[in-house]
Design a protein around this ligand. Structure first.
Ligand code: GRF
Length: 190
């Protein structure tokens, strides 16, 4: 069984589904660490309620990204994490983590990359008036939402849908696609 670390900054609905899929046996994994850069984020209390070790930090307390990433890297290593799963973690990674976990870090992004990188990808896509939207899972590199694409799924946008309805559709796809991809990764199929 693989230990994994989940990095998140927000609500953690993807975290929830990964945990459910571990509990129901779909994923042969153990979340041994949750890393969060936002004090008070909902994902923290969720992790605590599951007795998962958390590393919560405020980036402003450190002089550089490398300084806090060294601490994160040590925690990931001491928890014997094989992979790092980014699920709404809103920070670029530096060489400290990218070298420490080379080709072992993946991210999920709510657009069909390379379109609409960065924040509020759904809003960006709506503003553009795109008719097809989607979700991308990719390996993480230095660039924002860069890295080789592992999986994508698209859907047609109903013009009557609100931002919230589109977001709900995105999440419903993410929740299935991320666990499926993590499963393949852990089984050495990716
Ligand atoms: C997801 O939409 C993901 O694509 C993006 O951040 C969001 C996290 O949502 N990177 P949640 O915290 O898992 O609900």
């Amino acid at each position: 069984m693989n230990n994994i670390a989940i990095f998140a900054s927000g609500t953690g609905t993807n975290f929830d589904v990964i945990i459910q899929n571990i509990e129901n046996g779909y994923l042969d994994a153990n979340v041994s660490l949750v890393v969060c850069d936002k004090l008070g984020a909902k994902v923290i209390e969720k992790a605590v309620s599951k007795n998962i070790e958390t590393l919560v930090f405020n980036p402003k307390d450190y002089e550089s990204k490398a300084d806090y990433e060294k601490i994160i890297l040590e925690k990931c290593l001491s928890n014997k994490c094989s992979y790092i799963i980014l699920a709404g973690y809103m920070r670029l990674l530096s060489d400290v983590l990218l070298d420490g976990y080379k080709d072992k870090i993946i991210n999920i992004h709510p657009s069909l990359l390379p379109a609409f990188k960065g924040k509020d990808a759904i809003g960006q896509a709506i503003n553009y008036g795109v008719k097809v939207m989607g979700v991308t899972i990719h390996f993480v590199n230095k660039e924002m939402d860069g890295g080789k694409i592992i999986a994508q799924e698209s859907f047609n946008v109903d013009p009557s849908w609100s931002h919230d309805e589109i977001e709900a559709k995105v999440h419903s796809i993410e929740h299935i696609l991320y666990s499926k991809t993590i499963k393949e990764l852990l089984e050495g199929k990716i």
